[in-house]
Design a protein around this ligand. Structure first.
Ligand code: NZQ
Ligand code: ZN
Length: 388
């Protein structure tokens, strides 16, 4: 196990009725609030009215930034920064899924910066501070509610890049599983795939002697598999939604499940470049790419893939070679994604070989990606070609 530091400053308010705590949670930071939300789901579900009521109760002045896109765009972030400056906003409230929370974080770090916020994403400037922000989560998937990451698309340049900063952690996040009852089946599937993928990025590691972290990872994967189909088929199953929500939050909250382990993240970097050009949902891209990444790298450390197959997918190892067990685990992953309705090929989303070279090149813009196996441009191209 490697030495590590771990800090996660986000307060979590989890469970039915926690929305009632929203007003008092905000008033500690200020009452001039920017409310950030997406394409209208919060109005359709009635959540918007409940939020405004909470804000009224603390006498908040409210400005709004509606219309944050799935795969949120830097153009929208810039609008939010301008509103914050004009209105002298002192607290940002994100109400939505990962896209809305990520946009709110980018706004928060962009306000005190004199240059253009995109500089942070191109690694041209370091984040020095942020406006305080909080979130009300409506879709479990990204873990953005309890981490310091933000992933933003520059649509004009077809780039999708990430930042991570201690300044970008939400001060608090309200996680009421009931707010996810209205998430459509396909987005529930995307959330399941994303959560599992976050675990894969940490679990497939070259770091030795990390049994606790490995079991934490495996327990999240098993919990997601046990609850995923329940939530897809019975959207208002509270227990299933609650277990998925907690799993997603734990899967990517600043690395708690993989402290002291080297992480990979290559597949996420590749997926971001697919979304940057084709604007597909993040979970769809991961479902297509991850089993192919696994096939490409499993020989680098076959014992971890054997453990994954046996402990997570309950593959019977009797009479099988290590290679057969590892491949059976990878196939079980693909079969599960297919069973819950996720795509398995880029062609399922009308993506052909045309931009493969460009995506591979962009993935390695800042250097080779991954650590389980370090991937260069040619490797990335091979994984994308396997996925066509
Ligand atoms: O826009 P609205 O109308 O709100 O509709 C959204 C959107 O269309 C809808 N939705 C959300 N909650 C709902 C709901 N519909 C009905 N009822 C509800 N309760 O779902 C759609 C997708 O929402 P989105 O926020 O885009 O999904 P997700 O949470 O999966 O976020 C995806 C984004 O997060 C990034 C991805 O790259 C992508 O841009 N990621 C962020 C990470 C992070 N910050 O740590 C890590 C991830 O790996 C990921 O890269
Ligand atoms: Zn992800």
């Amino acid at each position: 196990m490697n030495s590590f530091q771990f800090q996660n400053p986000t307060r979590i308010l989890f469970g039915k009725g926690m929305l009632e705590q929203l007003g008092s949670s905000i008033s500690a930071y200020g009452t001039n609030v920017l409310l950030v939300y997406g394409g209208g789901s919060i109005k359709a579900t009635g959540l918007y009215d409940r939020i405004l009521k909470q804000l009224q109760q603390i006498g908040a002045a409210v400005s709004e930034l509606p219309g944050v896109e799935p795969n949120p765009r830097v153009s929208t972030v810039r609008k939010g920064i301008a509103i914050c400056r004009e209105q002298k906003i002192d607290f940002i409230l994100a109400v939505g899924g990962g896209s809305v929370i990520d946009a709110a974080k980018a706004i928060a770090v962009g306000v005190p910066y004199e240059g253009d916020v995109w500089d942070f994403f191109m690694r041209k400037a370091a984040i020095q501070g942020a406006l305080p922000l909080g979130s009300v989560l409506t879709l479990s998937a990204t873990g953005s509610e309890m981490n310091g990451s933000s992933v933003i698309t520059n649509w004009e340049e077809n780039l999708k890049k990430a930042i991570g900063s201690i300044h970008a952690y939400p001060k608090f996040s309200i996680l009421d599983p009931e707010l996810t009852y209205t998430v459509p089946a396909n987005q529930t599937v995307n959330g399941i795939v994303d959560t599992m993928s976050h675990v894969f990025e940490q679990y497939f590691s070259q770091t030795a002697d990390t049994p606790l972290q490995e079991r934490l990872c495996e327990s999240i994967l098993q919990t997601v598999v046990e609850n995923g189909e329940k939530a897809i088929h019975t959207p208002d199953d509270y227990a299933a939604r609650a277990n998925l929500m907690l799993s997603a939050t734990y899967a990517l909250n600043g690395g708690m499940i993989s402290v002291g382990m080297q992480n990979d993240w290559a597949t996420h970097m590749i997926e971001h470049e697919v979304s940057a050009i084709y604007d597909i949902a993040h979970g769809e891209g991961l479902a297509i790419l991850f089993p192919n990444w696994m096939r490409y790298v499993y020989r680098e450390r076959i014992d971890r893939f054997v453990q994954f197959a046996v402990r997570v997918w309950h593959i019977d190892p009797t009479g099988k070679s290590e290679e057969e067990i590892a491949l059976a685990g990878i196939q079980a992953t693909r079969d599960y994604f297919t069973k819950i309705g996720a795509p398995s090929r880029l062609s399922d989303r009308n993506i052909d070989a045309k931009e493969v070279g460009r995506m591979a090149k962009e993935t390695v813009r800042f250097g080779p990606v991954g650590s389980f196996k370090k991937l260069h441009e040619d490797d990335v191209r091979s994984i994308l070609e396997l996925s066509l």
